[in-house]
Design a protein around this ligand. Structure first.
Ligand SMILES: [Zn+2]
Length: 321
């Protein structure tokens, strides 16, 4: 059987990380730094290998504004998203403004977040947008129904990793002790019991198998131990651990390898403020090292898998799940 690997990149702005760490508003000059500095680095590495990936875009980052200074920054982001689509990468919906509490929101707000992003992104690229990733890996029945109404073929938000859940709970608890509030929201614990291989979700309870018309593509976890096989951990892992995780992943026929734009950020070159660097160990690793790790990872994966976008993977897997 063909093993498939889908690479996806969540293009979360610096403001998202300021919110997670309870740091207040991010400097305005950094609003588009991830898109303008990191996305081209991904394009270069992927295009050189002929890999087509899925980029999940937060739609407000590419929404036209009537302001001269901000306008030129947004235009540059819009041009980048068009360039991605033109070279065969898939553009996915990552909500309108990345609210971490999206899974707790009601029907009207969810429809606004997902629908508005759908229209904005769809207006920017030629191909229809058919896939969604929730901010903070949290899904709800309301979200699923909204995606179904828009005719989406997949959702890729489930991340049933107990270790990730514990780490997130830990950060939030520490911030609470310090009297600060994290912008992150603890994932619904039911998601921890969700299947880790692609499945058709139950409409009223997306963490279970059911008969929804779309496919859920859970984010990469090793079998049994359920260790996250995502960009941030794989890029920073020492080589033997990285190789071990990749070998473990080969027992799955589908590897949903998720990265974030910030995974290819360089604190010095990209002028990322110390207050954020102090809280994110990955920002203390120079770009040169992370880029080399990513290239080695992709070359390793290429020997064992066929690459596909998440839309292609959902089409291929739809008949099997
Ligand atoms: Zn995100």
């Amino acid at each position: 059987m063909t093993r498939r690997c889908a690479i996806s990149i969540d293009v979360d702005s610096i403001a998202c990380y300021y919110r997670i760490h309870g740091l207040g508003p991010a400097p305005a000059r950094l609003r588009h730094v991830i898109m303008h500095r990191c996305v081209p680095r991904f394009i270069e590495i992927l295009d050189r290998r002929g890999i087509q990936a899925t980029f999940f875009i937060v739609a407000e980052d590419v929404e036209d504004v009537d302001d001269r200074t901000v306008g030129s920054e947004v235009r540059k982001s819009r041009a980048l998203v068009r360039e991605l689509a033109a070279s065969g990468h898939e553009i996915g919906n990552h909500s309108y403004s990345h609210p971490y509490q999206l899974a707790r929101m009601g029907r009207v707000e969810v429809a606004e977040q997902i629908g508005r992003a759908h229209r904005l992104l769809g207006g920017l690229v030629d191909r229809p947008v058919v896939g969604f990733r929730a901010p903070g890996y949290d899904v709800s029945a309301v979200m699923l129904r909204c995606l179904m109404a828009l005719g989406y073929t997949y959702d890729s938000s489930i991340f049933p990793a107990p270790g990730y859940y514990a780490a997130k709970a830990g950060i939030m608890a520490v911030l609470a002790l310090l009297g600060r509030k994290s912008g992150a929201v603890l994932t619904d614990p039911r998601a921890l019991l969700a299947p880790a291989d692609p499945y058709r979700p139950h409409i009223a309870s997306p963490w279970r198998r059911g008969d929804a018309p779309l496919v859920e593509l859970p984010i990469g976890l090793t079998p049994y131990a359920r260790i996250p096989a995502i960009g941030t951990s794989l890029l920073l892992a020492p080589r033997p651990l990285r190789d071990h995780l990749l070998r473990a992943m080969r027992r799955r026929v589908f590897f949903n390898f998720e990265l974030h734009g910030i995974d290819l950020a360089d604190a010095v070159q990209d002028s990322i403020p110390d207050e954020l660097v102090a809280r994110q160990p990955d920002l203390r690793v120079p770009l040169r090292k992370k880029r080399a790790a990513l290239e080695a990872l992709l070359d390793n994966i290429a020997r064992h898998y066929q690459f596909a976008t998440l839309a292609e993977a959902s089409a291929a897997l739809a008949g099997q799940v």
